[in-house]
Design a protein around this ligand. Structure first.
Ligand SMILES: Nc1nc2c(ncn2[C@@H]2O[C@H](COP(=O)(O)OP(=O)(O)OP(=O)(O)O)[C@@H](O)[C@H]2O)c(=O)[nH]1
Ligand SMILES: [Mg+2]
Length: 183
């Protein structure tokens, strides 16, 4: 039987995953370095990564996000075992998702799990985050995975609030996930 695992990684990934869970009613594994964000989330499968290197807080840098996933590699392995398709939901640009996604994708591929990455890209005005996302993107594109991107920068319209963009991206991603599950 086919088993698809949906993972929400990092703060944005978890917010997007909440919308997906709300709309599609599917089980989702939430993964973050931030213990408070995980504790306050609606998911029943939760994994805190990098407890030592991030001390339960945001990763803040891509380097620390990567270290967090490496520190928790065995927990991640245990959490994704048995799946044959991993749908990874993230907002690229922060430390956790940008750093941990490459490690998690490599682990899944090594375990023979097909991977689809669904990610948002930061706005242009998020200078450092945009640069971090653009830096990791070529590395992700080299991997044997499917990538679906939602670029916040391309969605920019005058007079719209940040939350409107987030909600719009989350709704579009819920549709992406519905399509992926129907394949
Ligand atoms: N669609 C959407 N994008 C978001 C949301 N929150 C943040 N973002 C975007 O996602 C990027 C990454 O932010 P986070 O998800 O907080 O980063 P993180 O992976 O948690 O990393 P750390 O906070 O450093 O641990 C931001 O730069 C924004 O562009 C959200 O709720 N929805
Ligand atoms: Mg965060």
């Amino acid at each position: 039987m086919r088993k698809t695992l949906i993972m929400g990684l990092g703060g944005a990934g978890m917010n997007i995953a909440s919308r997906v869970k709300q709309e599609l009613g599917c089980d989702i594994l939430a993964v973050n370095t931030n213990a408070d964000t995980l504790a306050a989330s609606p998911f029943n499968q939760r994994l805190q990564i990098g407890a030592s290197c991030c001390e339960g807080k945001a990763a803040k840098s891509v380097q620390r996000g990567r270290l967090a996933a490496e520190e928790s590699l065995e927990d991640l392995r245990y959490s994704i075992r048995g799946a044959d398709h991993l749908i990874l939901l993230t907002g690229l640009g922060g430390g956790t998702a940008t750093g941990a996604s490459t490690v998690i994708i490599d682990l899944a591929l090594e375990m023979g799990i097909k991977v689809t990455l669904v990610a948002t890209l930061p706005f242009e005005f998020e200078n450092a985050q945009r640069a971090a996302a653009m830096d990791v993107l070529p590395q992700l594109e080299q991997k044997n995975i499917r990538i679906i991107l939602h670029d916040h920068a391309k969605a920019l319209e005058p007079g719209k609030a940040l939350l409107d963009y987030y909600n719009k991206a989350s709704a579009a991603i819920a549709q992406d996930v519905e399509n992926l599950l129907a394949e």
